[in-house]
Design a binder for this molecule. Structure first.
Ligand code: DGL
Length: 268
C-alpha cells in the first residue's frame, strides 16, 4: 500500500485524456498532474529538446514523492522511452508507464490482417518509436502519418464539423488506402476526434487509444508493485499544475478532464 499520488505529465492539456481514464479506472488514487504549457506543443520540436523538458518535469515529480510516473504524452514517450526506466525505475525504484508500448501491444493483439496504422504528431511519427515497437511482432505492416492540424483544432474546441472532416480525410485517405484494420491514435488529443476518425476510417477499423491503454497499464503496474492507495485512506486529492498560464490551462482542462479540475496552480 502507498498513499502517495501518481505523477502524470504532458506537454499541456492532452495528457488529461490519460488522467481521465486513470481516474475512471482508479477512483481511489490521488494524482499530481503537470502540464508543460510553457513549452507546448512538443510535437513540433526536436526530440532532444522534448527529452530535456520531460526529464526536468519527471525529476520534479519524483523529488516531490510520487509513487509512480505516467508519461501521458506520445511525443515525450517517444523522446524518453529508452532512458526513463533506467533513470527512475532502476535508480530510484519508481515504476514508469508511458503511452507507446501499451497501445502498440493492444494493436498487435487486435489486428487480424497485420496492417496497422499509426497517427501522431510530426515528432512522434519521425521518431519511428511506434514502428520500432511494432516491428518486434512478426507479420505486421505499419503505416504512420503525422496529423499536425489535429492538435490545434482540438485545443480550439473544434472536434467536429467541416474543418475536422476535411483534415481527417486528407490525413487518413493514405492510411485507408493501405488497408489497415487497426489504427493507433498515437497522440493524447486524438481520442477527442475519435468520432470523426472512425467516421472516415469506417466501422471495420479498430481504433486503439493510447490514452485508454496506458491507463490500463497504470492499473496493472500499480497492482503488480503493491502500490495501491489504502481503501480506508481519506478521500483522494488531485493536484493540477501548469508551467505556463494557469487560466488558459484551467479552461481547457475542464473540457478534457471534467469537474475534478477545481484549481490549477501556476509553476511559472
Ligand atoms: N501530447 C502530445 C502528444 O501526445 C500532443 C501535443 C503536443 O504536440 O505537445 O504527442
Amino acid at each position: 500500500m502507498n498513499n502517495s499520488p501518481i505523477g502524470i505529465f504532458d506537454s499541456g492539456v492532452g495528457g488529461l485524456t490519460v488522467a481521465r481514464s486513470i481516474l475512471d479506472q482508479l477512483p481511489n488514487e490521488s494524482i499530481s498532474y503537470i502540464g508543460d504549457t510553457a513549452h507546448t506543443p512538443y510535437g513540433t520540436k526536436p526530440l532532444a529538446t522534448v527529452r530535456s523538458y520531460a526529464l526536468e518535469i519527471m525529476d520534479e515529480l519524483v523529488d516531490e514523492g510520487v509513487k509512480m510516473l505516467v508519461i501521458a504524452c506520445n511525443t515525450a514517450s517517444a523522446a524518453v522511452l529508452r532512458d526513463a526506466r533506467e533513470r527512475y525505475t532502476v535508480n530510484r525504484g519508481i515504476p514508469v508507464v508511458e503511452v507507446i508500448l501499451p497501445a502498440a501491444r493492444r494493436a498487435v493483439s487486435a489486428t487480424r490482417t497485420g496492417k496497422i496504422g499509426v497517427i501522431g504528431t510530426k515528432a512522434t511519427v519521425d521518431s519511428r518509436a511506434y514502428d520500432d515497437v511494432l516491428s518486434v511482432a512478426t507479420d505486421v505492416d505499419v503505416i504512420s502519418v503525422a496529423c499536425p492540424d489535429f492538435v490545434p483544432l482540438v485545443e480550439a474546441g473544434i472536434t467536429t464539423g467541416p474543418r475536422v472532416l476535411e483534415a481527417a480525410h486528407r490525413y487518413l485517405e493514405p492510411v485507408k488506402a493501405a488497408g489497415v484494420d487497426t489504427l493507433i491514435l498515437g497522440c493524447t488529443h486524438y481520442p477527442l476526434l475519435a468520432g470523426a476518425i472512425s467516421y472516415v476510417m469506417g466501422e471495420d477499423v479498430t481504433l486503439v487509444s493510447s490514452s485508454d491503454e496506458s491507463a490500463k497499464s497504470t492499473f496493472r503496474t500499480l497492482l503488480e508493485h503493491g502500490l495501491e492507495r489504502a481503501e480506508d485512506a481519506p478521500g483522494p486529492v488531485h493536484r493540477f499544475r501548469s508551467t505556463g498560464d494557469s487560466a488558459t490551462f484551467a479552461g481547457l482542462a475542464r473540457r478534457f478532464l471534467g469537474p475534478e479540475v477545481s484549481q490549477v496552480e501556476s509553476m511559472s
